[in-house]
Design a protein around this ligand. Structure first.
Ligand SMILES: Cc1cc2nc3c(=O)[nH]c(=O)nc-3n(C[C@H](O)[C@H](O)[C@H](O)COP(=O)(O)OP(=O)(O)OC[C@H]3O[C@@H](n4cnc5c(N)ncnc54)[C@H](O)[C@@H]3O)c2cc1C
Length: 332
């Protein structure tokens, strides 16, 4: 039995019967061939999963490495990165080369291969804004297919890999279209503008934006190396205007973002805080003191304890506000 504690950012100590790390396509193909009549468990950086039980399926850790420039023109560069590259290291590589578009996504944990699955996003930018295509291998047929941006059906923390194609493909590489010049500086999120102001910067470069994002994230989010967590545990719910108005009568201070004519996004963190869960601890499972959206493992919590806490939060919010909040983290 193989402990997965070091392979998931929640630091949950579950065991895998079998653990295979693959660092080339041919290795992956032979593993898929060997297990073609069984299910496998695909593991990237383990930063978006809650493991509640031992894994009976063979765990296949995607460790394909390599970054290469696929093509470029005067203004843009198309960079293909293999699935096992660490996302943040890739962002730093892009910044060193002065390639723009992903600086707002600095310090997001996990690997490139998982980034399209939930269309990672932060501070006003999502992967889809720079995504060109990804290559993926079908787990059962081993057919290799290229998915364009349109194919991926990206949405808020959503893609085809979380809906109709869920669990069917392993992403092998991702190609992003980054800017070489005339970078679009995205500081529409007030906190970034404030941080840059604190840093005394009036004409920010992409490197400055990255530094500001890193500084904000380090001050707000718990570092999984110090305290187990998986970032935002829940998605922010989007509700019809009417429901929003009804809740707002009772809670006029409720924050919101209008997403369409008739739809309003409500911060799940606010719902959790208003339900008095922020900073609460139940054994070693808890809700972070600064970020109500982040569930944490104070040391020896089991995945089941964290899952039960998540369920309690969901039920309490439903009873109090009539809103169902959905888990962003993948529970196994
Ligand atoms: C502190 C912290 C902060 C975070 N902040 C953010 C944030 O700001 N924005 C955001 O969007 N997310 C955030 N996250 C979530 C997480 O970083 C992302 O979801 C990330 O993309 C997960 O990558 P991973 O490699 O760790 O995926 P894993 O946890 O390993 O896997 C996630 C899912 O993808 C599958 N999978 C993994 N690799 C592949 C592959 N190559 N092909 C097919 N399927 C695969 C797994 O089976 C699993 O279902 C945060 C997490 C943490 C811990």
């Amino acid at each position: 039995m193989y402990s997965l504690k070091a392979y998931n950012t929640f630091g949950i100590d579950v065991k895998a019967k079998e653990f295979i790390s693959v660092s080339s396509l041919s290795e992956l193909q032979s593993v898929l061939e060997k297990y073609k009549h069984e299910e496998i468990f695909v593991l990237g950086g383990g930063s978006n999963m809650l493991l509640t039980q031992d894994i009976e399926k063979p765990v296949v850790h995607i460790n394909l490495k390599g970054i290469q420039i696929a093509k470029q023109d005067e203004n843009y560069v198309w960079v293909e990165a293999q699935a096992g590259e660490n996302w943040h290291q890739f962002v730093l590589w892009a910044l060193e080369n002065d390639f723009g578009g992903i600086e707002n996504l600095s310090l997001i944990p996990g690997n490139i291969g998982s980034a399209p699955i939930q269309n990672i996003g932060a501070y006003g930018v999502e992967l889809k804004d720079v995504f060109d295509n990804c290559k993926a291998i079908h787990i059962k047929t081993q057919e290799i297919k290229t998915f364009t941006k349109e194919d991926c059906l990206f949405g808020y923390r959503e893609s085809i890999f979380k809906s109709t194609e869920k669990g069917k493909y392993i992403i092998l590489s991702v190609t992003l279209k980054l800017t070489k010049k005339n970078h679009k500086i995205s500081t529409s999120y007030g906190v970034i503008a404030n941080e840059l102001q604190k840093m005394g910067i009036t004409a920010p470069t992409i490197q400055d934006v990255s530094k500001a994002v890193i500084s904000i994230r380090q001050s707000k989010l718990p570092d999984p190396k110090e305290i187990g967590n998986s970032g935002s545990f829940f998605k922010n719910p989007v509700v019809p205007q009417k429901i929003y108005e009804k809740i707002q009568e009772q809670y006029p201070e409720m924050p919101f973002y209008k997403v369409s004519e008739d739809e309003i996004k409500i911060p799940a963190g606010w719902l959790i805080e208003t339900s008095e869960f922020k900073g609460k601890r139940f054994g070693d499972a808890g809700v972070h003191q600064k970020q109500a959206l982040v569930l944490v493992n104070y040391g020896n919590a089991t995945g089941e304890e964290i899952y039960n806490l998540a369920k309690t939060i969901q039920n309490t919010i439903f009873d109090k506000f009539g809103i169902e909040i959905e888990m962003e983290v993948n529970v196994f």
